[in-house]
Ligand binder design. Sequence first.
Ligand SMILES: [Zn+2]
Length: 262
Amino acid sequence: MPELPEVETVVRDLRAEVEGRSVVAVPHAASSVFRYPSPEALAAALPGASFAAVRRSGKYIHCVLARDGAAEVESEALIVHLGMTGHLEVCDAAAPERPHTHLRALLDDGRELRFADARRFGRVMLGDPDALRAARLIPALGVEPLGEEFTVQRLDALLRRTTRTVKAALLDQRGVAGLRRQALTLAAGVVAGSVVEVLRIAIRNRGSTIDDYRDLWDAKGNHQEELRVYGRGGLPCLACGTVLRRTVVAGRATTYCPVCQR
Ligand SMILES: [Zn+2]
């Protein structure tokens, strides 16, 4: 499933491709991935809008829209969540449509922005992000680990509120997968620094491809080569040679070294 580094990689690539471009038509919009509005309404509303900015909000991709050449308006965005198998691409309009394509938006440079999703856990929305949050169609903003608000003090407060493990407390940050200590016993400064460092490295490596994830150009990420513990249960720890163990934390399969990660 695409996590923060994979989504950030898509956002950065998408920004370079579509910022400043406008949508001239929506040749195809269908399927259950359209959470709001209906695919028909989205297909009617999107043409004429231009992409003023592309940002990440958690694991949601926000394509902030502008209308009539006006400056960026914060009140309208095309929002995409990749779910488990969602894939965005920017390709020539004549390129063959891949299976499970749910959205095709023709851009003013003759290319198309497309969204495909075999398992349909992905989401496509169009609207005011604040209104979509109020309607609980997208989640309230949490702490952005790569933002200025992700301070040691903020994380310390979050961790002290919980008796969950660090992994449960930081569920979406793959970088701390494998840590099993109770949140209270681990210094927030250590966790904050590790989370930011690991996320930055994972983004530099263009994310991890464990199963289906592909970038805008259908290429795999490179970071899985550097994951030292994830997915290596039963194999020797790369640091000490002890056989890595598997367990379940917060409902997720977790691999850890019983020596290095006590
Ligand atoms: Zn070890």
